[in-house]
Design a protein around this ligand. Structure first.
Ligand code: SAH
Ligand code: SF4
Length: 386
């Protein structure tokens, strides 16, 4: 008799949880169909934990991606041209005060060789990234590189730069030399959290102004955040997504925060175990999905930090709504010294093999690759058409 009652109770619990699950699924669909998704809705979507509901969220984001930017992946070969940085962000492995980093600036010939490789292999565009420097030697070196890359590709390679905060005249010089997209993450839209993860001379308001200056110079502007920072809440992440919309950005490059053991934040956080890695990965993927649902037509990268957390991270990002992949094409001898966070992949791989493996993986998802085209976001086109 007691046994029957126990069976009955467990049956009822199972039945109730099935109903709960159905209610949750209906809630996701209801939110997505809304004309105006509220901040509370974004928090609700980001907080979904149930495996099946998370899958539904990713499927919806994937459908919305197909409808708005197509099932086509754009490749940007990233060249990490220097790890010298004048800044001291508390989370970053190449911050100025990390004395164990061997500093480098790539030789011009090496940068151009990587650019040429990208061009010959049908990559539509490049990303030049580095630590932050504002001195004239660096500014004019970048200017010269941009002109030479344009020349070697007969104007065909698109160039994104991700070189930190600069003066407005520097943005203009680099734009005139051939760069047409700029990636500068806001890191977090929560001013207080921004203050906590940076030294006092790094100002949130200057970052916001930099994004505005870039837009006025004529760049397609990309920004992004680190996801899963210590002290960051779901409300903060929802605000980040709203920040992207309010600033009308064309591209998003965001990824999970991963500690680096030689940084003030990495030292504090202790072990980053399998459980924490999985949580960061899932949160990163949910953030991609919810951003796709909310912003629809922007370009959004499936970033290396996802790959650092799982060998399939990059593909999972594409399935959660991203449509850009940035394979690292930096000459291998430099890669290990550009370690922004622990576990950042810097495989000693044959580039020709790596690209065919990547192509195969992307095709395996049922997507194609936008070879030989810049792959600008539909958002950019609708923005310039007013
Ligand atoms: N110096 C430039 C570009 C290089 S850093 C800049 O700061 O814009 C590029 C990005 O790496 C940063 O925007 C930051 O979001 C990311 N990054 C740095 N440390 C990281 C960490 N520990 N985990 C995840 N992302 C990190
Ligand atoms: Fe320098 Fe960029 Fe790292 Fe900050 S995040 S320390 S600016 S490389």
């Amino acid at each position: 008799m007691r046994c029957d009652r126990a069976v009955d109770l467990s049956y009822r619990i199972k039945y109730l949880s099935t109903i709960n699950r159905e209610v949750r699924m209906i809630a996701i669909h209801d939110i997505v169909e809304k004309e105006r998704i509220s901040k509370e809705d974004l928090v609700h979507l980001l907080s979904i934990e149930d495996e099946e509901a998370v899958k539904t969220l990713f499927d919806i984001a994937y459908r919305i991606k197909g409808e708005n930017v197509g099932r086509r992946v754009h490749l940007r070969g990233i060249i990490e041209m220097s790890n010298i940085c004048v800044k001291n962000c508390f989370y970053c492995g190449i911050r100025k005060d990390n004395k164990s980093v061997e500093r480098y600036t790539m030789e011009e010939a090496d940068v151009l060789a990587s650019a040429e490789w990208a061009y010959k292999n049908g990559y539509g565009s490049l990303v030049l990234q580095s630590g932050e420097r504002t001195d004239e030697t660096f500014v004019s070196y970048v200017e010269k590189l941009l002109k030479k890359i344009k020349k070697l590709s007969r104007g065909k390679l698109g160039i994104t730069i991700s070189l930190g905060e600069q003066r407005a005249d520097t943005y203009r010089r680099w734009f005139e030399a051939g760069a047409h997209r700029y990636l500068l993450r806001i890191e977090t839209s929560n001013k207080e959290l921004y203050r906590k993860i940076h030294p006092s001379d790094h100002k949130f308001d200057s970052r916001v102004k930099a994004l505005k200056d870039l837009r006025e110079t004529g760049y397609q502007v990309g920004t992004g955040v680190m996801i899963g920072l210590p002290g960051q809440t779901m409300k903060d992440l929802a605000d980040d997504i709203i920040f992207f919309k309010e600033n009308d950005v064309d591209m998003i490059g965001m990824g999970p925060y991963i500690p680096h053991h030689q940084t003030p934040m990495g030292e504090r956080i202790g072990d980053f175990d399998i459980h924490k890695k999985r949580n960061q990965l899932m949160l990163g993927l949910k953030m991609l999905a919810v951003t796709r649902i909310y912003l629809k037509d922007v370009n959004m990268a499936s970033t290396t930090a996802l790959e650092a957390l799982s060998p399939e991270g990059r593909e999972l990002g594409l399935l959660a709504g991203a449509n850009v992949v940035m394979p690292n094409i930096t000459e291998v001898s430099y890669k290990a010294n550009y370690t922004l966070y622990d576990g950042k992949p810097h495989k000693n791989e044959n580039m020709d093999e790596a690209i065919s493996v990547l192509e195969e993986k992307i095709r395996g998802l049922g997507e194609d690759i936008g070879f030989n085209s810049w792959g600008d976001s539909p958002h950019f086109y609708s923005r310039i058409q007013g």
